[in-house]
Design a protein around this ligand. Structure first.
Ligand code: ADE
Ligand code: ZN
Length: 339
C-alpha cells in the first residue's frame, strides 16, 4: 500500500456502524480489569490470550468473546471499555459510531442493566465533549436465547429508552432465524426503537429475507449471503437498505477464505450500499482503518470507492439530518482536496 493511500484512509472522515463494544475488549485492558475485580482469566499472559484468537467459525469466537466479557462488573469497567474504544475512534478520524451492546451477556451474570448502560453512556458523553466523536447505541438481543428472554431485556431497557436508538440481533445465527424474534421486534418498534439485525453472515439468504420482511430491519449487519439470491439483491437495492460489511471479521471467522475473494466489490457493482466496519476489532486483528486498508489492497479499490464507502457510512447512519449533512460536507471537503 502506498503511503499516500494509507494517509488518505487515516484522514478520511468516517462513521463506524457495526461495532460490538464487548468486541473491543483488548487483552491488556481485560487483564487490568480482571485483576482489580479479583476475577480469574484462564490464560497466563496477554500473548497467550491473543494466541487463543484463532477461530473456525462464529460459535468458536462467541465462546471466547462471552468469556472475556465476564470480567466486566462495575459501571467503571463499562466506562473504561467504551472510552478506550472511543479514543481509538478519535485517532482514526471515526467521527461518529453506532455502538452495539449485549445486555444479556451481563444481566445473565447478575450485573444490572443500569450498570451497563450508565457506564457506556457516560463514556459516550465524555467522548462527545472531549474527543469530538458522536455516538448512538444499539441494544442487541442474543439470538441463541429465547424470545421471552429478549422481552425481559426490552422491559429492562424502558427506563433508559432515551439513551438507546436502535435494537439489533446478534450471536449464533444458524438455527436461530429472525422470525424467532418477530414479536419482540414488533414490541420494540412500538417503543420507538429502530430495528436492525445481523443476517446472512453464516445464515443463508432466506434469513436475510426474514430479517427484512418479518422484522422490517432498516439496515443489514453483514448480509454477505444475500448474494446467493438475485431477487433478494434486487429487493435490497430497491428498498435502499445498507449493508454493514466487516472484512477482517469475515476472514477471521472463515465466512470468506481470503480477502481477495471478498464480495464487497461485487456488492458495490450490483448497486448495494455498503459500509466498512470492524465488528469486534480486539479479536479480528484490526480497527476500522485496518479494515479499509486491507480491503483496499485486496480488491484494488480506488480513492473514489473509499470515498463512497465513507459517504455511505454517514448517509446510512441513524443520525439526525443536521449532523449527518455536517459530516457529509466535512467528508466532501476532504475528498475534493485529496482525491
Ligand atoms: N457478536 C459479536 N460479534 C458478532 C458477529 N460477528 N456475529 C454475530 N454475533 C456477534
Ligand atoms: Zn457483528
Amino acid at each position: 500500500m502506498t503511503n499516500n493511500m494509507k494517509s488518505f484512509i487515516a484522514q478520511l472522515p468516517k462513521a463506524e456502524l457495526h461495532l460490538h463494544i464487548e468486541g473491543t475488549f483488548e487483552p491488556s485492558l481485560m487483564f487490568e480489569i480482571a485483576k482489580r475485580n479479583g476475577q480469574f482469566i484462564p490464560f497466563d499472559s496477554v500473548e497467550e490470550l491473543e494466541k487463543a484468537y484463532k477461530f473456525d467459525c462464529l460459535q468458536d469466537f462467541l465462546d471466547i468473546y462471552y468469556q472475556g466479557a465476564g470480567v466486566l462488573i462495575h459501571e467503571q469497567d463499562f466506562y473504561d471499555l467504551t472510552y478506550s474504544y472511543l479514543e481509538k475512534c478519535a485517532a482514526q478520524n471515526v467521527r461518529h459510531t453506532e455502538i452495539m451492546f449485549d445486555p444479556q451477556t451481563h444481566t445473565d451474570r447478575g450485573v444490572s442493566f443500569k450498570t451497563v448502560i450508565n457506564g457506556i453512556t457516560r463514556a459516550c458523553d465524555d467522548a462527545r465533549e472531549k474527543l469530538g466523536v458522536s455516538s448512538l447505541l444499539i441494544m442487541s438481543y442474543l439470538r441463541h436465547l429465547s424470545e421471552e428472554e429478549a422481552f425481559v431485556t426490552l422491559e429492562d431497557s424502558l427506563p433508559f429508552k432515551h439513551k438507546i436508538t436502535a435494537i439489533g440481533l446478534d450471536s449464533s445465527e444458524k438455527g436461530n432465524p429472525p422470525s424467532k424474534f418477530k414479536n419482540v421486534f414488533a414490541a420494540s418498534v412500538k417503543e420507538g426503537y429502530i430495528p436492525l439485525a445481523h443476517a446472512g453472515e453464516e445464515g443463508d439468504a432466506d434469513y436475510v429475507w426474514e430479517a427484512i420482511d418479518v422484522l422490517g430491519i432498516k439496515r443489514i449487519d453483514h448480509g454477505n449471503n444475500s448474494l446467493q439470491d438475485d431477487k433478494l439483491v434486487e429487493e435490497i437495492v430497491k428498498r435502499d437498505l445498507a449493508l454493514t460489511v466487516c472484512p477482517l471479521s469475515n476472514t477471521a471467522l472463515q465466512v470468506v477464505k481470503d480477502l481477495k475473494d471478498h464480495p464487497l466489490k461485487t456488492m458495490m457493482e450490483k448497486g448495494m450500499n455498503v459500509t466498512i466496519n470492524s465488528d469486534d476489532p480486539a479479536y479480528f486483528g484490526g480497527q476500522v482503518n485496518k479494515n479499509y486498508e486491507e480491503i483496499q489492497e485486496a480488491l484494488g479499490l480506488s480513492k473514489e470507492d473509499l470515498y463512497n464507502l465513507a459517504k455511505n457510512s454517514f448517509q446510512y447512519s441513524l443520525l439526525d439530518n443536521v449532523l449527518k449533512q455536517q459530516y457529509l460536507k466535512e467528508l466532501e471537503t476532504f475528498y475534493l482536496a485529496n482525491k
